[in-house]
Design a protein around this ligand. Sequence first.
Ligand SMILES: Nc1ncnc2c1ncn2[C@@H]1O[C@H](COP(=O)(O)OP(=O)(O)OP(=O)(O)O)[C@@H](O)[C@H]1O
Ligand SMILES: [Mg+2]
Length: 417
Amino acid sequence: MANGRSTARAGRGEREWSLAVDFGTCFTTAAMLGDEDAAGAVGPRSLEIENSRCLPALVCLDDSGALLTGRAAQQRAVHHPDQAERAPKRALARQPAVLLGGRSLPAAELAAAVLRRVYAEARAAHEGRAPARTVLTHPARWGTAERGRLAEAAALAGIADPGFLPEPVAAALHHGQVHAVPEGGAVAVYDLGGGTFDTAVLRRTAEGFVAVAIGGDPYLGGEDLDECLRDLLAERAADRDPDPWHALWDDPGPPAAARRAALGRELTAAREALSQTGSVDLAVPGYPQPFLIRAHEYRAAAEPLLTRSYELLAATIADAGLDAADVHEIVLTGGASRTPRVSDLIAERTGRLPLLTADPKSAVVLGALAVLPPTRPPGSPEAAQPPDTDGAAAPGGRVRRYLNPDGDLGFRFTPHR
Ligand SMILES: Nc1ncnc2c1ncn2[C@@H]1O[C@H](COP(=O)(O)OP(=O)(O)OP(=O)(O)O)[C@@H](O)[C@H]1O
Ligand SMILES: [Mg+2]
């Protein structure tokens, strides 16, 4: 796919199609464009795997040493938590290898298992044909090393020559596809996912959108909010009787590991429920009575983390040379942005009511589908080439690309409208 142009892999009379994959900490999503669905409609459509648009990120070794994904991985992980990695994306960013069931596996292989599954399911939806191009999104703050590992995982999964796009830039482009943004107007994105927090500011120009600043924290997300709730629970447990809590966390055996994993799932479900309800009950192994946690208590525990996320958003807006009052729209996406305190905090600090994307799981892949990849895999010869400002047709509009030294922001996109 030299310079992002597609190579024809479709046969005579068959449409080329494009694939965008948002490899997430908790869930991976994908969308496809250029093909016809069962009703004969042409347009972006989400890939469904096991009747869901969200493929759980978790991978688990089976008895033969193969890596399971999806429901099979989830089911096996309940009984073999030591053979499972809940968040391959976090592992990919943090460490070269992961210990699973006593075996050291390259983190890129765990990520590749997820990408391979998505790629196979997407090709199966196209009679086995490969996409003409594939775009992978990544956290805004991932550097060359992390993007390099993602490229390695994609290669292991058999994805040929993918393009790369920062997640919040994709989300902002999707906003530009569905909402009118006046020329000169800026869109700020706050994307709080399961494990990463991404921010971006894009400005609408006569030509399209230009990304002017990106930021965030690749180690901040819903998993950290889970930890806030767990710390709160630990305090309660210590007040009631510290012994069962210590027994739960200090026991290295597989049954205790399975109980800890189950409690982790309960914590996530309880935290999500606290976005809707005033209190939750949490049962903890070893305690005969559940613990009652009230929403305001959880909110106080999560406040420092959410304040930090707001400050990172404010820093990105400042990096763009703007004040929050100058931004046309502040867009919230990512599952954890559904935490009610996020909107309240932004509204309190900026006097602006942020806009919740209608479908936080699809904004990134749909935005990513609309552009040709602006960057090359790190280390590829094209990355060192001088800027390329040729206009190029993209599924959702027209892209003008150039390559920055860091490869992140070098494109302009004009939607068809
Ligand atoms: N209603 C809700 N209230 C609070 N948090 C929620 C809600 N719904 C989902 N979440 C949280 O959103 C997170 C998952 O979001 P999302 O699917 O956007 O992440 P991801 O794309 O997998 O991760 P990332 O983009 O960080 O790599 C989980 O931590 C989940 O608990
Ligand atoms: Mg995400």
